[in-house]
Ligand binder design. Structure first.
Ligand code: ZN
Length: 313
């Protein structure tokens, strides 16, 4: 039977009382289950954290202090228990190591998706869904008017730019996906990467997800590559190169407001759009949907006669 308070939104994010643990808490917690290594899901300071091995490796790369706490690695589909709640990770297709968390308790199944992506991406494990009574999902782009364009069409725009390109992207997940896309669809371009992105690339390779050819940025290499160069940089660096002369600036994101004004937009998102979310709901077949991150109002309206939709946050 579904317990309406199995997960509650506390001051420190989603809390499971039966298991006494938090899901992706934004602040330090005694026990945290982490869906993936993006900073807004993997906060610092937990005493005990459960995650997949790649997620823990990425967190460790960014925060060596986790060595002072307990990290428990669990593989996909490897069930484990926290205080009587049975948990199982399923691939979320978002970035390397990203996981959905299936929680089983008192004859009900609760699936927390974390961030999910259905679009093809060779740089991470493909999303896999299981049936659940309650689907707890992000609603970052849960709006019928949002449809992410085909990433192949988007990345091919680079081929039409006869200038060096400064490409802004998050260093974890998005950058590796872009390297793979450029390798495949823009073979004339040379990818140069920022020194802060390279260690993440190395981790991806270590876990068997080689993003493809890229070189560490240097002035010499950039000069050699000339108009074929695509210099991939994290957002902070991107914003500090405001006036780079003769360089076309692009920021890769699913968000409108992050696109460079008056420039070419590069709409490549690592989240589910409206249609993808409906696909997920068809696959999971929940009788209730609980929403977090973003706005659940469109889902609530869409399913008003067929499903219970609770907006948790
Ligand atoms: Zn994320």
């Amino acid at each position: 039977m579904i317990a309406s308070d199995f997960l509650v939104m506390s001051k420190n994010g989603l809390y499971c009382k039966a298991g006494d643990f938090y899901l992706d808490p934004p602040g330090a917690a005694q026990v945290a289950v982490i869906s993936h290594a993006h900073a807004d899901h993997a906060a610092k300071g937990h005493a005990v954290r459960y995650a997949t091995a790649p997620t823990l490796a990425i967190i460790k790369l960014r925060d060596s202090s986790i060595c002072n706490s307990i990290s428990v690695a669990k593989g996909y589909k490897e069930a484990f228990y926290i205080n009587g709640v049975k948990l199982t990770f399923y691939p979320a297709g978002h970035i390397l190591g990203s996981a959905q968390v299936l929680m089983e308790w008192n004859n009900a199944r609760y699936l927390y998706t974390g961030d999910i992506k259905l679009q093809e991406d060779p740089t991470c494990e493909a999303a896999e869904f299981c049936k659940a009574d309650v689907l707890i999902t992000e609603t970052t782009f849960a709006n019928p008017s949002i449809k992410h364009p085909d990433p192949e069409m988007e990345i091919r725009k680079l081929n039409d730019i006869p200038y060096p390109i400064l490409l802004g992207a998050y260093s974890l997940g998005k950058s590796q996906r872009l390297i793979a896309l450029i390798n495949r669809f823009c073979p004339g371009k040379r990818v140069l990467v920022h020194y802060r992105t390279e260690p993440v690339n190395q981790l991806y390779r270590q876990f068997g997800f080689n993003p493809g050819n890229s070189e560490l940025y240097s002035r010499k290499r950039s000069k050699e590559a000339g108009i074929d160069s695509v210099y991939l940089v994290p957002p902070l660096t991107f914003n500090s190169y405001l006036r780079a002369p003769g360089v076309v600036r692009l920021f890769a994101s699913g968000w409108d407001h992050l696109q460079v004004k008056n420039g070419t937009g590069l709409f490549i998102s690592d989240h589910a759009d409206w249609d993808d979310l409906l696909t997920v709901i068809r696959l999971v077949k929940p009788s209730e949907i609980w929403t977090v991150h973003g706005s659940g109002v469109y889902l609530k309206e869409h399913f008003r006669n067929s499903l219970i939709v609770n907006i948790l946050a």
